[in-house]
Design a protein around this ligand. Sequence first.
Ligand code: 0A1
Ligand code: ZN
Length: 848
Amino acid sequence: MRDATPEQTPETVHLADYAPVPVTVTHLDVSFQLDPKATRVSSRLTCKRQGPGEMVLNGEGLKTLSVTLDGVPLDADRHTLGDRTLTLHDAPDEFLLETVVEIAPADNKALSGLYMSNGMYCTQCEAEGFRRITWMLDRPDVMATYDVAIDSDLPVLLSNGNERAAGVWHDPWPKPTYLFALVAGDLVATSDSFTTMEGKDVALNVWVRPGDEDRTAYALDALKRSMAWDEEVYGRAYDLSVFNIVAVDDFNMGAMENKGLNVFNSRYVLASPETATDADYANIERIVAHEYFHNWTGNRITCRDWFQLCLKEGLTVFRDEQFSQDQRGYAVQRIGDVMNLRARQFREDAGPLAHPVRPESFVEINNFYTATVYEKGAEVIGMLRTLIGAEAWDQGVALYFERHDGEACTIEDWLAVFEEAAERDLTQFKLWYSQAGTPRVRVTEHFSDGLYRIDLAQSVPPTPGQPDKQPMVIPLAFGLLDREGNEIRPTEVRELTTAGDSLTFDLAEKPVLSILRGFSAPVILEFDRPDADRLTLLAHDTDAFSRWEAGRVLAKDRLMRAISEDAEFDAGWLDAVATLAQDDNAEPAFRALALALPSEDDLAQSLHEAGIVPDPDRIHLTRRAAQMAVAERLANALPDLRAAMATPGAYSPAAEDAGKRALSASLLKLQTMRDGGAAARRVYDTADNMTDRMAAFACLLDVGDPDVAAQFEADWSHDRLVMDKWFMAQVAHATPVDAVGVAERLTKRADFDPSNPNRFRALIGGLTTGNPAGFHRADGSGYAFVTDWLLRLDPSNPQTAARMSTAFDSWRRYDADRQALVREQLDRMAAADPSRDLAEMVARMRAA
Ligand code: 0A1
Ligand code: ZN
């Protein structure tokens, strides 16, 4: 064990220090007398000793009114009541511990623990929010059953499990504290039912504020499809008689998988064609599925400690990605997931916040709900399945559910079932959990005298705290095409396990290599090859991901050369893009993805890796010039191409129509570059759905339409979720010179409420993510503006402030002047006595 540090000072928690609790809790009886300023929480814990040592309970901000042990008030010498700990000295082997505390949910703006949102009470307990409700062993390896009684005049009183009487709930499934939930409010439900494969009837409810009930149908439908899918694909059935979903307006994250009572950020529940875009519908489907799938991967089998977070999150993301592929089509979903991984996780892995999928230490666990734990965690599972094959995967997962149901597990437990099922040693594979950084795979080809050889070399760059890395197991899916584009070797998987390796093939002519098919490993490929090969793949590859990737590499190469060498956009590339855009044999959604140029942030990172200091303004302008070149190349074909994407009839959020609207939106953007917004104005004025309206709105903002923002506001000022889009779009589509000014002006509005995380993220994220050239303005005004707001939010909501501070994690890419300006702001945050959450993030970013 490390030296004890005094209470209150940020303490680093280490995986290596894990020890089970000496006294555990097997059952909780909790009753709540709800009151905004003085909620009384009375709890009775059934405690059981399992080893020697003191029992140390967690509490935070609790006004403790009484503590009794087996009904007797505790003597001063038998316990120590600290600010954040309640220590019981020489506790007996079995006993009941009763506490009464008072808390003030109306004052809780951190949105962790019990808080209020628009008049309703709700909870968020992951990761360590339960301790803000009452004294308890607030850690995931303590699993208990719960009886909850809620006393309030509010009409709807919900908690986990099954309802025994009004406001009285029993959860028979042992769970950790982080899965506890309570909701009380004036809510209405849209209800349905589902009969499980075991023949059990489950009542399904989506609870929302009155007035929102006409926007719940899609979430409910997604829930039923998720329940059916988990039965079909994983054999997992639901295990309570009711499943409740509640939409909450003020929520730090997307949603939360509390047992039987999922709490959602309202933006991931509420949808109607008039108010939600296709992307919103897709997110609702994915997140409803994600939270539902947690019932088995997370709830029935949970994490031993927070270092094992990827055990539930990586696996559940993997499952929700599989589900979305099944619902929406493999290729397009996979490309979208890879784009997201690269935009968020590769960026994280390349900077000062890089950490392993299973981190080894943290100060504040809430800072580790990251793209690395979630999305890279899912990729690691995908690789495992590729390496051992579908059959061993199915057997291993079945064994995992059978062996560990009701337990709090580790990555070692997880890997052990696959070692057994596949009869394979996974020691080297486990490096994916412990080594941070995105591996590079360098590919070189040689052909002579009928022998084709591929040389492969891997390396993993140094990351904070990890200067040296060992070779990883990298599954490389590949196939070979002939020069005409016919596949001469279908997909097979080879494993790269050493620093370098070669593959050889006897062939009459040099083939076209299609490698990393399906993005078989989360690596960066370094492969200098002739354009002709990429054009062949773009036109003919049988693997849709690789086809798209060939186009993306071509586009990136053009953009990088235009930025660094002023190179022109050549006709060969423009022809290839135009051909694909007009290829009626390809799905519209795929064509839309193929038309999307690499983002400004992606280009900045790639330039940096190529040893070129990125200039955000130049990147912005060059990317626009490339769009203009594509627009010119397609020119008069644009109106007809768009017309062919019309979706007559009632709006349907299903993938087919959504794909057409996606392509139509890409084409409208190009058309706007030629007609100054005439077509976009027509779409804006006649759109009958938010997808088309937002696409047109963005185009009109791009061309500086003087009226459209006010028109949008006049139509939608009553709708919080739609207005989030309005805030974000105006900042994201301002010119880089105006962006900070636009953002600043918007913060002065009465409806800019920074305590609502969605609104805060819309506006600040609109700048940091949506308008990189505006955020990175050379005068530093973007950096100062964002810092001002982070420091304003931090005292009340540290979690969201810390999360949004990641905007600065790429600062080392930029020129010395910009670096100095960012450093100034990081120093300012460090000196401002920030929360533990923000302090940890700033320290990590400054250290690099
Ligand atoms: N477990 C949830 C996400 C979540 C994580 C942390 C939270 O508070 C710090 C809240 C929600 C999920 O994966 O959906
Ligand atoms: Zn999750």
